[in-house]
Design a protein around this ligand. Structure first.
Ligand SMILES: [Zn+2]
Length: 302
C-alpha cells in the first residue's frame, strides 16, 4: 500500500476553495511542470481533471477539459519521471480522450457506456468508482443549487454505469477523493462504506477485496509499491477481521470489527496477542481512501 500522510489536493469535486484550481494552468506544459515545482506534492502520480466537477461553480461534468494533445503531453512528461496520470472524469468525452492519451486511471466514470467500458478494458485502464462520495453528498444534502443539479444528474446514472463497467470486465480499484479527516464523509472509520457500495453494484466480496488490495497499488503504475498481496517481499499490510468478510463484506466497514492492523509490519491498531480465534486476515489498504492510496495533485482550469 502506498503510504503518505500528505494530502494536498482538495476533493476533485472542486469546491470553490480548491487550492489546485487556484494554481492550475491551461497549458499542458505548464500543467505538467507545476507539480514538480511544488515540493512535497505529487510524489507518486499526476492527477488531472479531464471533465468538469460537481461542486465547482462554472463547469459541467459532461464537458471534457483537455484536448487529447494536451493530455498526451501530460502523460508523456509524467512518464519521463515514471509517473502515471489519473483523471477525474465524469463525462464520456473526457473519458475517451483520457484513454486515448494513455491515462492510467479514470476516477468516477459516471457516464461510462458500453463503448467506453470496452475502451477501458482494451487500454488496461483502471476505474476508481468513488461511490461513497456520491452517496454521502446525496444523503447529506445542503448543496448549493448548481451543485445539487449536477449531483442529481450524475447520481441517476453513476451506480448503473459502474455496474456496467464491472460486468464488462473493467478492472476496478477502491478509492475516494473526499477529505478524510474530521467528520468528512469519508473520514477515517467511515470510508469503509465504499466496500459495501461496491458489493451493492454486483461485485462479489472477493472482487471487492481484490479491488481494495491488489488493484489499488496498480493505480500507481511504475510507482506501485510491493504491497496489496500477502507475498514474500511485499509490505506486511494486514487487517484482522472479527468475522468472515466473504460472508458479510460490511464487516470491513465497521471499525469495531477490525481488531488489528499492521502497516508495513508495524502494529498500528490492536494489541499483540489480542487476535481473536479464527481471525480472517486481509492484506489491505481496505480502510484507506485515495488520499492515502496515493498523494494527488489536481490540475484544473477555471
Ligand atoms: Zn473527482
Amino acid at each position: 500500500m502506498p503510504r503518505s500522510t500528505t494530502r494536498r489536493s482538495s476533493p476533485c469535486t472542486h469546491g470553490p476553495s480548491c487550492p489546485a484550481c487556484g494554481t492550475a494552468t491551461r497549458t499542458s506544459k505548464a500543467a505538467v511542470r507545476a507539480p514538480s515545482t511544488t515540493s512535497g506534492w505529487c510524489k507518486n502520480i499526476i492527477k488531472v481533471c479531464a471533465s468538469g466537477g460537481v461542486l465547482s461553480v462554472i463547469d459541467d461534468p459532461l464537458h471534457q477539459e483537455f484536448t487529447v494533445r494536451e493530455l498526451r503531453t501530460i502523460v508523456e512528461v509524467a512518464g519521463l519521471a515514471e509517473r502515471s496520470v489519473a483523471a477525474h472524469c465524469h463525462g464520456k468525452p473526457g473519458i475517451m480522450t483520457a484513454l486515448e492519451a494513455g491515462v492510467l486511471t479514470i476516477e468516477h466514470g459516471s457516464y461510462l457506456d458500453d463503448e467506453a467500458c470496452t475502451a477501458m478494458r482494451e487500454a488496461g485502464a483502471i476505474l476508481v468508482p468513488t461511490l461513497t462520495i456520491i452517496r454521502e453528498l446525496l444523503d447529506g444534502g445542503g448543496l448549493p443549487p448548481y451543485a445539487a443539479r449536477k449531483l442529481a444528474d450524475i447520481a441517476r446514472v453513476h451506480r448503473d454505469n459502474i455496474a456496467r463497467a464491472h460486468q464488462a470486465g473493467v478492472r476496478i480499484a477502491m478509492g475516494t477523493d473526499i477529505q478524510s479527516s474530521g467528520d468528512a464523509p469519508a473520514a477515517w472509520g467511515r470510508h469503509g462504506r465504499e466496500v459495501v457500495l461496491l458489493n451493492d453494484i454486483g461485485m462479489n466480496p472477493l472482487d471487492v477485496i481484490e479491488a481494495a488490495t491488489a488493484n489499488d497499488p496498480a493505480t500507481l503504475g511504475r510507482q506501485a509499491p510491493r504491497s496489496g498481496l500477502l507475498h514474500e517481499g511485499f509490505d506486511a499490510d494486514i487487517l484482522v477481521v472479527d468475522g468472515d468478510p466473504l460472508s458479510d463484506i460490511s464487516l470491513l466497514a465497521d471499525p469495531s470489527k477490525i481488531t488489528a492492523v499492521w502497516q508495513a509490519g508495524t502494529l498500528v491498531k490492536g494489541r499483540r496477542g489480542c487476535v481473536t480465534p479464527a481471525p480472517v486476515a486481509v492484506c489491505a489498504p481496505l480502510s484507506h481512501p485515495e488520499s492515502v492510496r496515493r498523494p494527488t495533485y489536481s490540475l484544473h482550469y477555471r
